[in-house]
Design a protein. Structure first.
Length: 581
C-alpha cells in the first residue's frame, strides 16, 4: 500500500511515491546515514550525528514547513516571498534554515526560483547560496530519485524513525578528575609549551608595549583609548578581570571566530568571510584592513604563528606570511603560499595544533553540534548536543615541506557518545564533550580528557589515545590555553540553572528572559587545580560566545547583542591573572 504521493516541490518535479513499510523507511535512512547499507554513500553522517532523534525531527519539521508552505503551489507567494520563507523570513538563506532541502540546492528548480525572483543578479545570488550551503559539502550532489524519497519521508514525519535509531546505552554521570600524568604534562608545558616557545622566538603580542602580558591594550590616540572598555561604549557587563573592545564585526557572521597566536589577526566566516588585521587600528584608524577569504567558515590558526586554515568548497591552508603582506587584499587559495583541495582535504569543525618541533601539524575532527552564532529560536533548538554509540575521533596529520602542506593518512578511533573535539596547541592533549541521554533528551554532562601518543613508520604517522579524566563544566566547543593549563568554553543558559543563578523559581520572568534570549556565560577551567569558574553573570540580550586564547593568555571572544545587532571582538585577562597566582 502506498502511504504518500507527494510532489517533491511546487516547482514541478512530478510525483513521488513512497511506501509506508519499515523497509522503505530503512532505505531512505541509509541514504542519510541513519542506518548503514552496502554500496551507499550517506549524505549527512560524515558531519552530523544521525542517531540523534531531536536533530532528525527538527530537520523533519523544517523540511515539512518548506514543502507544505514555502514551495507549495497552492500557497500564493511571489518568488521573492518563497525565498524569504525558505530563510525563515530572511532572504539571506543559511544552511540551517533549509534542513534537508540543503540537499536540493544544486537543482535547476532552485536555480530558476532565484532567476525569477532577482532578474538582475539572481544567478550571482544563487551561486553564492550553492557554494555556501549545498550539501553534502564537496561531495557529489544527491541523485534526483533519492532526493525525492528523502524529502517525501521527512515531510511526512519520518515514519519508523524510532525503530531505526539505536537504543541509548551510554554514560549517565560525570566525575571531576584530572590524572597525575596530565598534571605533570601541564607543569612541563609552562616552560616548554607553545606559549613559552613563542615568547622565546620573540613573537610580539598584539597591542602590548612590554613583556608584562597584563599591560596590553592601553594605547591612546589624542588622549582617547584606542581599545575602549565595554563600559566606555555603554555596555554594562559583569565579567571577571579586565575587558577591552578590539573590533566591531558586521551584524552577521557565520560560526566561530579564531585569532592568530600573536592576537593580530582575527578570522570569521560569513558572506564574505574575512580576516581582520587588528594592527590597522594603529596604522589606519577608521579604515580597518579586512582581507576577504574565498571560504565559508571554521577558521583556525596554528599555534606557532605560521599558518591558518579555512573551510569552503574544500579545505585551504595558507602561510601566515600571506596576510602579513600588506598588499594582500583577497585570498582565493590559489596563491603560492596556500595548499587547497585534495592535498589537505579535512572534515569540518576541525581543531588544529602543532608538535613542538613544528614537524607535525595536526587537525582533529569528529561528530559535532554546530553553533552558527545566529540562532534566535527555541532554546531546545540546534544546541541540543548530538550523541551516538558510533562516534569516533579522527587525527589528521599534515606535513609541511617549506612550501606546501600534504595530508597524511588519518588515525580513526572509536569514542562512543563523544563529540566536539579539540586539541591542545602541542597536539598532546585532546578533549571531547561527553553526551548522555536524560529524560529522553541528549544532554552535555562534561568533558573527557586524553593524552595522545604519536608513532611513525614507513607508512606515516599514527596516534593512540589514553584517557586522563573528566571535568563536569557546562559548555560547548572550547579551546586550550597555550600553556595547556586552562580550558575556556561557553554555554547558553539552561532551564535547570535557575537556582544556581539565584532565582526563586524556574518560572521567574527574569530567568525566562535569559532563556528565551539565549543569554550565555563564559567558563574557565583550571586543569591543574581542577577548578572551574563562570566568568560572567548572564544578562538578557548579552551573548558571550566563541572564546579562545592567544599565546600570552588573553581570551578573545565575541559579544553579541541581538537587540541592536552589534557584535564585538573583546579581550579579557582573567586567565592571565589566575596563572600568576
Amino acid at each position: 500500500m502506498l502511504r504518500f504521493v507527494l510532489p517533491i516541490m511546487s516547482l514541478y518535479w512530478g510525483q513521488v511515491a513512497m511506501g509506508d513499510s519499515f523497509d522503505d523507511a530503512k532505505e531512505v535512512a541509509s541514504y542519510l546515514g541513519i542506518t548503514e547499507a552496502d554500496g551507499i554513500s550517506p549524505a549527512c553522517s560524515n558531519c552530523h550525528n544521525m542517531q540523534d532523534r531531536e536533530t532528525l525531527l527538527r530537520w523533519s519539521y523544517r523540511t515539512a514547513d518548506i514543502y507544505y508552505d514555502c514551495l507549495n503551489p497552492q500557497v500564493d507567494r511571489t518568488p521573492i516571498e518563497r525565498i524569504s520563507c525558505l530563510g525563515n523570513g530572511d532572504e539571506n538563506l543559511a544552511t540551517s534554515d533549509l534542513a534537508l532541502y540543503s540537499l536540493a540546492i544544486h537543482t535547476d528548480e532552485i536555480k530558476n526560483l532565484f532567476l525569477d525572483a532577482y532578474p538582475n543578479d539572481g544567478l550571482e545570488r544563487y551561486d553564492s547560496l550553492r557554494q555556501r550551503s549545498s550539501m553534502p559539502l564537496g561531495a557529489t550532489p544527491t541523485e534526483q530519485e533519492i532526493l525525492n524519497k528523502i524529502i517525501a519521508w521527512a515531510s511526512y514525519g519520518m515514519p519508523h524513525l524510532d525503530e531505526l535509531i539505536n537504543p541509548y546505552n551510554g554514560p549517565t554521570q560525570c566525575e571531576n578528575q584530572v590524572s597525575a600524568e596530565l598534571k605533570t604534562h601541564i607543569n612541563r608545558m609552562a616552560f616548554l609549551g607553545w606559549g613559552a616557545r613563542n615568547m622565546e622566538n620573540g613573537i610580539p603580542m598584539f597591542a602590548c608595549n612590554s613583556s608584562n602580558s597584563i599591560d596590553c591594550f592601553k594605547q591612546q590616540r589624542n588622549g582617547q583609548n584606542i581599545f575602549p572598555t565595554p563600559q566606555d561604549l555603554g555596555i554594562e557587563m559583569d565579567l571577571k578581570g579586565t575587558t577591552y573592545v578590539l573590533h566591531q564585526f558586521p551584524e552577521s557572521t557565520d560560526f566561530w571566530i579564531r585569532s592568530s597566536a600573536d592576537g593580530r589577526f582575527v578570522a570569521y566566516g560569513g558572506n564574505p568571510s574575512m580576516i581582520v588585521d587588528l594592527r590597522s587600528k594603529f596604522t589606519s584608524p577608521g579604515n580597518d584592513r579586512l582581507i576577504e577569504i574565498d571560504a565559508y567558515y571554521d577558521p583556525g590558526f596554528f599555534p606557532d604563528n605560521s599558518a591558518f586554515i579555512f573551510q569552503g568548497q574544500s579545505t585551504g591552508i595558507c602561510q601566515q606570511s600571506l596576510i602579513e603582506d600588506l598588499s594582500t587584499e583577497k585570498i582565493s587559495f590559489t596563491e603560492e603560499q596556500c595548499s587547497f583541495g585534495d592535498a589537505v582535504e579535512t572534515p569540518l569543525y576541525q581543531a588544529v595544533g602543532s608538535s613542538l618541533d613544528s614537524e607535525n601539524y595536526l587537525a582533529v575532527t569528529g561528530t559535532f553540534t554546530s553553533d552558527s552564532g545566529n540562532y534566535y529560536g527555541p532554546r531546545d533548538g540546534p544546541f541540543t548536543p548530538n550523541y551516538s554509540p558510533q562516534t569516533k575521533v579522527a587525527l589528521h596529520p599534515y606535513i609541511f615541506d617549506g612550501q606546501n602542506w600534504q595530508k597524511q593518512t588519518p588515525s580513526e578511533i572509536q569514542t562512543p557518545w563523544e563529540i566536539d573535539w579539540n586539541v591542545s596547541p602541542s597536539n598532546q592533549v585532546l578533549v571531547s564533550r561527553v553526551v548522555a541521554s536524560q529524560e529522553g533528551k541528549s544532554r552535555h554532562i562534561g568533558y573527557r580528557l586524553y593524552r595522545s601518543k604519536r608513532s611513525q613508520d614507513e607508512s606515516g604517522f599514527s596516534y593512540t589515545l589514553s584517557e586522563q579524566g573528566m571535568f563536569c563544566t557546562p559548555g560547548q566547543k572550547g579551546k586550550f590555553s597555550f600553556d595547556e593549563r586552562f580550558f575556556v568554553t561557553y554555554d547558553y543558559i539552561q532551564p535547570q540553572q535557575w537556582q544556581e543563578l539565584g532565582f526563586g523559581s524556574e518560572t521567574d520572568p527574569k530567568f525566562l528572559e535569559l532563556l528565551e534570549e539565549r543569554s550565555s556565560r563564559l567558563y574557565l577551567v583550571d586543569l591543574l587545580n581542577e577548578q572551574s569558574v563562570a566568568l560572567n553573570t548572564p544578562k538578557a540580550f548579552q551573548r558571550l560566545i566563541f572564546p579562545h586564547f592567544r599565546s600570552d593568555g588573553w581570551i578573545y571572544f565575541m559579544f553579541d547583542n541581538p537587540i541592536d545587532g552589534k557584535r564585538y571582538l573583546m579581550a579579557n585577562d582573567y586567565a592571565i591573572r589566575q596563572g600568576l597566582l
